[in-house]
Unconditional design. Structure first.
Lengths: 337, 290, 309
């Protein structure tokens, strides 16, 4: 890991929102790395802080109420948090692009789609408006939209088509890093598969790294090399996809897998995770997950569990399950889900 | 971003809760204070006014503000402060009654149009559209011109001229309530239409009515003062602020206070009502926030 | 689009007929005998009877209304002044340019100031600037126009002698009336711009624009304002209407020879055909402003444009 230069290295990142109801600790001491060309799945429940982390990388935390309270975000070896707004503008869209969750509302309703793509091209390339519009049509064709529709407005497209346009905008300047925030959640299942396939293909073509934010472990298995599991503002488990799927260690990860219905196994009911995400203005002491955790012991409510590397490249923040995991792994080469 | 939006405040939230939230808004509290003060003046005008508002004293005319006459005296030697205190009676009366007329007629037409929909709705709202296409101050002028000057005619003119605005708001609220479960439920158990409208629908659209009425009293007072200013409202010697202001204009070069004080009275009243209305809108119906 | 415009103009017809009906009815119900007002106290009964016959005052109400509309549509004749016996339409048309000049100058001033102030207020929500703006906007809404006019005259023409208090021929004469009358629309436009922008800047497409690396200026002025315009344009239209109507007060303060002053003078002389003619005229003008606003919507928002096809 050390020998390769990291593309993205987030260290100890904390992001807060000051609201009337108190300070929301959206992201707490988050650490995350991403290598060139790597695909990272970023998994957790709604409200876990995934989108906030992404907006933090983009420098788009709405302030007020949001502030980056602590930490560093190294991108290509430079701390993004130390960059000026002007430098960040060049990075945004040019080097790091983002696809937002809801394609229905992500496009400007009063601008034709080609202009919305061309805007991106013009901002990061030294081209004429005419050339930018030509590039926009090219991008539209690349994502499978006919060039006759270039002058159409967003309301004339379906949801899946709009997401294609959003993808075209994000990829228009060949970004080094693409952050996709639940790009398929708002779409019909059949369209979801198409859009994922398209992203997969395009990613190979222009060779970007990807952070795929999702709560769908199926998508991660299909698209990602590595997975980070996020819970209440923290990464609780981080591993290669292979390791995580075969040998999950954190009780929360385990809970996520258990809550996926499995037709092969004849289970009476799903083992859902008890309880809800904690109130982000008032997180539990110690491990945030302990009130919902079936394995919690006394020390869980007082001590914050550190991230421990339990096998090469597999980190987990749960000392309790670590022991169990080790025994199981020693015994039969892996934990049965 | 964690989207923790507060649930929308229901209009039937307890009075106490509304009061607690309103109390946090200093401008609204200032507005309320002034309104209460004004009501107090209006009720006790005969007692607290230092002079009789109609008492002429020609030797004493055009007295600049002094200890005896805090706001000075007018061309007939009448005490301007006393006339302003009495004027609060007229202004409040005009504001409240005019808005009352608008709410009753607007409420009736709006509720009927919204509840029955279809052809009745179409007919009523087309009529309202026609009235709305005449700017309300102009409609008030036209009506007042036909009815002739006078306090009651003025109230009717102002009241009718703003009726369509209330009809629109109430129709909108009724329309959105009509399809809701509790109305369907009332229909299912065989309640009469009148009963459903009066018991179930109107109480639930009180919030926008209260807000619009508070702001409406302000604009009614303003319109009425404007009518008096151009000679279509209340006739002298009734102490109406707009008429006093209009009368003072002749002497503006030398006795500006004659114009300044009545104008100030109007402005502070309107300001107070607007502060209060804005505050109420924020508390009662965040959706209405402009 | 053209089809829509034509349709929209046709839909104005019943509205205008309705307005004419209201105005005519009000005139009809006005106490006082028109013949007496025109011919004076000394007129003989025969003269009065002859006048009533000639003017059709003995006809049934609906026949009179029919004639009124017929003459208005075919000859642009909406009656004669009781006082001058001149055509009301002519009087209004010669007064209208002054009113229009005043209303336009106010709308332009209010838009040029109100939109930037409203935007600034929105992007600096809850700062001192925003709080002061909101406070001043309510004060602006609460100012009685006629009082403000009188005070401005007192300050700027009587005391400071910077601007003339009356007349309407030079640019300087336009300053005080504009200051007086633009206050209210300025406050309304500022408030609407602020709230509309606040609504729009939290939309996802604004975040998309920022994520492209777009400058904040363009994000606000192109992406946000472009989408926030519909309610702003609506209130500008409404304000234009109230300016035309509010001219009734301002014009008499500043002695501007416009439709408003014509009407106020007519009110004082009980010259009702002129009053009602003025109301009718301004209502027609207001309807056309609203039509323009509707057409502007289509220009601003492609979704509305699509419905018009």
């Amino acid at each position: 890991m050390e020998n390769k230069k990291l593309l993205l290295d987030i260290q100890d990142l904390s992001i807060q929102y000051d609201t009337e109801g108190g300070t929301v600790h959206a992201v707490e001491h988050l650490n995350l790395t991403l290598e060139h060309g790597e695909n990272l799945g970023f998994v957790g429940e709604t409200g876990a802080g995934k989108t906030t982390t992404a907006l933090g990388i983009m420098g788009l935390i709405p302030n007020p109420p949001g502030i980056i309270a602590d930490g560093k975000i190294f991108f290509e070896g430079e701390d993004l948090l130390k960059k000026s707004e002007r430098q960040m503008r060049d990075i945004r869209g040019g080097k790091i692009a983002m696809i937002f969750q809801d394609p229905m509302t992500s496009l400007n309703p009063v601008m034709t789609v080609d202009k919305q793509i061309a805007e991106m091209v013009l901002l990061h390339n030294d081209v004429s408006e005419q050339q930018a519009l030509e590039r926009a049509v090219e991008m539209l064709e690349m994502v499978g939209i006919k060039k006759e529709r270039a002058h159409d407005f967003p309301h004339q497209f379906s949801g899946g088509m709009k997401q294609r346009v959003v993808i075209a905008i994000a990829l228009a300047c060949n970004p080094i890093l693409l952050i996709a925030d639940e790009p398929t959640t708002a779409l019909d299942v059949t369209i979801q598969a198409q859009v994922l396939e398209l992203m997969h293909e395009l990613r190979r073509k222009i060779n970007t790294s990807l952070i795929m934010i999702t709560h769908d472990l199926g998508i991660v298995a299909e698209m990602c090399d590595k997975v980070a599991i996020m819970y209440a503002g923290r990464v609780v488990e981080y591993a290669s996809t292979e390791a995580l799927y075969n040998r999950p260690a954190h009780p929360y990860t385990e809970g996520l897998f258990n809550s996926i219905p499995d037709i092969d196994r004849d289970e009476e009911e799903l083992k859902v995770i008890q309880g809800l995400l904690p109130d982000p203005t008032n997180l539990p002491s110690g491990c945030s997950f302990h009130p919902r955790c079936p394995y919690a012991i006394d020390s869980c409510s007082s001590d914050m569990p550190p991230m421990v590397e339990i096998e090469a490249g597999h980190f987990v923040a749960c000392p309790v399950r670590f022991e169990h995991w080790k025994n199981a792994a020693d015994g039969n080469g892996g934990v049965k889900r | 971003m964690s989207g923790n939006t507060a649930p929308r405040m229901k209009s039937e939230a307890g009075l106490l809760d509304i009061w607690r939230r309103l109390r946090k808004n200093p401008l609204a509290m200032f507005g309320l204070f002034i309104v209460v003060l004004l009501i107090f003046f209006a009720i006790t005008a005969d007692v607290i006014a230092p002079y009789k508002y109609y008492e002429q004293n020609l030797i004493n005319s055009f007295q600049s503000p002094s200890k005896e006459h805090l706001f000075g005296t007018d061309e007939f030697g009448r005490d301007i402060l006393s006339r302003i205190i009495h004027g609060s009676r007229i202004s409040l009366q005009v504001g409240l009654i005019a808005v009352g007329i608008s709410v009753i007629f607007g409420g009736f037409f709006g509720a009927v149009a919204g509840y029955y929909g279809g052809r009745i709705d179409n007919l009523i709202m087309r009529g309202m559209d026609i009235l709305l296409s005449i700017p309300s101050i102009l409609l008030a002028i036209a009506i007042a011109a036909s009815l002739g000057p006078g306090l009651y005619n003025m109230m009717v003119a102002v009241g009718i001229s703003t009726t369509p605005q209330y009809a629109r708001i109430i129709r909108g609220s009724v329309l959105s309530l009509r399809g809701q479960e509790f109305v369907e439920a009332a229909k299912a158990v065989g309640s009469s239409d009148t009963r459903i409208i009066m018991k179930h629908i109107l109480p639930n659209c009180l919030a926008p009515i209260i807000v619009q009425s508070t702001l409406g009293v302000a604009s009614a007072i303003l319109t009425a003062a404007g009518l008096s200013f151009i000679g279509l409202g209340i006739q002298p010697p009734t102490p109406e602020w707009g008429a006093m202001l209009s009368g003072g204009r002749e002497y503006i070069r030398d006795y500006a206070y004659m114009t300044v004080f009545p104008g100030l009275a109007i402005m502070i009243t309107i300001l107070a009502l607007n502060f209060l209305g804005d505050g109420l809108r924020d508390v009662l119906d965040p959706k209405l926030k402009r | 689009m053209l089809k829509y415009i034509v349709k929209r103009i046709f839909s104005l017809i019943p509205v205008l007929l309705g307005v004419a009906f209201i105005v005519f009815t009000l005139l009809y119900l006005t106490p006082g005998d028109p013949a007496r007002i025109v011919l004076g106290e000394q007129a003989t009964e025969e003269a009065l009877a002859e006048f009533r016959e000639k003017e059709g005052l003995n006809d049934p109400f609906l026949v009179q209304f029919g004639n009124y509309v017929w003459k208005a549509v075919t000859k642009g004749d909406i009656g004669r002044s009781y006082m001058t016996r001149r055509s009301v339409a002519n009087e209004i048309m010669s007064a209208f340019p002054s009113t229009l000049k005043l209303a336009l100058s106010c709308v332009i001033a209010a838009v040029l100031l109100g939109i930037p102030i409203g935007i600034l207020s929105a992007i600096r929500q809850n700062t001192l600037f925003d709080n002061i703006t909101r406070f001043l906007a309510i004060v602006g809404l609460s100012m009685p126009v006629f009082w403000q006019g009188v005070l401005l005259i007192l300050l700027f023409s009587v005391k400071l002698r910077w601007f003339p208090a009356s007349g309407f021929d030079t640019w300087a004469t336009l300053v005080l009336p504009t200051l007086t009358l633009a206050c209210n629309p300025l406050a309304v436009i500022t408030r609407m711009t602020r709230s509309s922008m606040l609504e729009v800047v939290r939309q996802d497409y604004i975040r998309t624009a920022r994520a492209k690396g777009q400058t904040e200026q363009i994000v606000i002025w192109r992406h946000a304002l472009g989408n926030a315009l519909i309610p702003i344009v609506t209130v500008i239209g409404l304000q234009f209407g109230s300016l035309l109507a509010g001219a009734v007060l301002t014009e008499s303060i500043f002695s501007i020879p416009g439709v408003g002053r014509l009407m106020v003078d007519a009110i004082k002389m009980r010259d009702y055909p002129v009053v009602q003619g003025g109301v009718l005229f301004i209502a027609v003008a207001f309807s056309f402003v609203n039509l323009m606003v509707d057409l502007l919507y289509a220009w601003i928002d492609p979704r509305i444009r699509a419905q018009y096809r």
